[in-house]
Design a protein around this ligand. Structure first.
Ligand SMILES: N[C@@H](CCC(=O)N[C@@H](CS)C(=O)NCC(=O)O)C(=O)O
Length: 250
């Protein structure tokens, strides 16, 4: 597909958008990106994303919402190279780990850490809730890390080639790093190595320059700065000027 025919709506700072961008790259699908911070979506954003969440993929088949739906759509439409493993059992395991990452890691790493420290401050101008952050750091994240440590491989990826389960898990650690949280490699050495290995894959590492630029640039200047840095920014945007609260709370 040509670059012009696939549009991704969503910021380089979202772990769910990152997951889709890495999968697109692995499959060799070019795309344009509207790097929308979802709270700034104008009315037309609701038409393509009823929950007002990113990512959204829009192509000749219309809009698709939700990173899991999008990755499965990509796998169905462009099977090679595969991002889900073969066989019912392994596929189910990969989907479970993707779900664990998107739901449980999303809750702790995004809503209770990144959202408190970054979104609350820079989108809403509010003070982070120290209690929510402490609970994430002392209870939620250690529980997640213990679970990952017992199931991740000591070398390579989860199911042979890199795939959606590796990508979904590793993606959240980028946002943890944006919130200045790093894995305690002494306590969770397998997970620390795994995350470093996956994030080092070129489909992740090529996004770094755009992530770091987004982090240090005021939200309204993201499009201009990213286009100047060579990101494939779309000519049109779903962004409006004022932020509004999301549809769901987590
Ligand atoms: N299950 C969704 C979660 C997407 C999601 O929560 N995206 C966040 C950005 S990291 C968002 O759009 N938040 C805005 C909101 O919830 O109002 C997926 O996998 O795509």
């Amino acid at each position: 597909m040509s670059r012009e025919s696939t549009l991704i709506v969503g910021s380089y700072l979202s772990p769910y958008v990152r997951k889709v961008l890495v999968c697109l790259d692995l499959k060799g699908i070019e795309y344009l990106i509207d790097p929308l911070v979802p709270f700034y979506g104008k009315d037309a954003f609701t038409d393509v994303s009823p929950l007002r969440r990113v990512p959204v993929l829009i192509d000749d088949q219309g809009p698709q919402c939700d990173s899991t739906v999008i990755c499965e759509y990509l796998e169905d439409r462009y099977p090679e190279p595969h991002i889900y493993p073969p066989g019912a059992r392994q596929r189910a395991r990969a989907r479970w780990l993707e779900e664990f990452a998107d739901t449980r890691m999303g809750e702790a790493f995004i809503w209770h850490l990144y959202n408190e420290l970054i979104i609350r401050r820079y989108v809403w101008g509010e003070t982070p809730d120290a209690g929510v952050i402490a609970q994430a750091l002392t209870e939620e994240i250690p529980g997640i890390m213990d679970y990952l440590e017992s199931g991740l491989p000591q070398a390579g990826y989860l199911f042979g080639e890199i795939g959606v389960a590796d990508i979904s898990i590793a993606s959240f650690f980028r946002n943890a790093a944006f919130a200045r949280h790093t894995v305690d490699a002494g306590r969770w050495p397998v997970t620390a190595d795994f995350v470093a290995r996956v994030l080092d894959h070129q489909s992740f590492s090529k996004l770094r320059v755009f992530e770091e630029l987004s982090l240090r640039t005021p939200i309204h200047d993201h499009r201009k700065a990213l286009a100047a840095a060579g990101a494939p920014v779309s000519p049109e945007t779903y962004a409006g000027s004022a932020p509004r609260r999301g549809v769901l709370s987590v």
